[in-house]
Design a protein around this ligand. Structure first.
Ligand code: ZN
Ligand code: ZN
Length: 239
């Protein structure tokens, strides 16, 4: 049933004339009909990432200095990119993409991430995988829905098989940093030899960075020369 709903939603998305997801205005050809899910005005109003952020993990810092966590332990990924802060209305759009199969913004975001990462070498694009049980429950992986457009725009192969979520993990948000790291031990497995290859990981949200970090660690154990992480939104720090 969920699969059917998903298929029907994407069918309707493709059929309907392009309207801005936020204000409902018709998206003119001039602003790139078919490529964007938002009108120019709404796109300009979305919550951009804070200018001052940790260069390693993108969390907001006072003067753009490296954050304490990255100073204590540099992440295993080599570069990080986010289009937005995880704030209204981006958080609602991501929620709708993740839980209600509203795929319309995935293409826009995938294309934007391709532009955002264009200066970084990549041999292939990988979506952050879901555990097979969660994937069966949801019917799709929202990270893959974004990653496929990013890979296409960058003319890179999309690798959906090599990296697997081999262990289901409880939600990260309720855990402390130490508990999160423990929670993720053995969460990913990798089937491929990535010796000397540059990889680009795609996800919807970067929250603690612990999941992306563990995935990058596993990919590097399998030879990856570099791993970048590109997401739609970075969560804001709550003091
Ligand atoms: Zn609009
Ligand atoms: Zn940091």
């Amino acid at each position: 049933m969920r699969l059917l709903t998903t298929a029907l939603t994407s069918f309707l998305d493709a059929l309907l004339p392009p309207l801005c997801l936020l204000c409902g205005a018709k998206i003119g050809v001039a602003s790139g009909a078919g490529d964007v899910a938002f009108c120019t005005d709404c796109l300009a109003d979305l919550p951009v990432l804070q200018a001052a952020h940790c260069p390693d993990c993108l969390i907001a810092t006072e003067r753009g200095e490296r954050c304490g966590a990255c100073l204590a332990h540099a992440p295993d990924f080599d570069h990080a990119h986010a289009l937005y802060r995880y704030d209204f209305p981006v958080n609602r759009l991501i929620h709708a993409l993740k839980y209600h199969a509203r795929f319309a913004p995935a293409r826009t975001w995938g294309l934007m991430l391709a532009g955002e990462t264009a200066d970084f070498p990549a041999d292939c694009v990988l979506p952050l995988p879901l555990h097979p049980e969660r994937l069966a429950e949801r019917g799709y992986n929202q990270a893959l829905e974004i990653a496929r457009h990013c890979a296409h725009a960058r003319r890179l192969p999309l690798d959906v098989d090599s990296l697997q979520k081999s262990r289901a993990t409880p939600p990260q948000s309720s855990l402390s940093l130490k508990a999160r790291q423990r929670n993720l031990k053995g969460a990913f497995s990798c089937q491929s030899d990535f010796s000397g290859r540059h990889l680009l990981l795609i996800d919807d949200v970067l929250t603690t960075g612990a999941t992306a970090n563990e995935a990058a660690r596993v990919l590097k154990l399998h030879g990856a020369a570099s791993v970048g992480i590109a997401v739609v939104a970075r969560t804001v720090r709550h003091y």
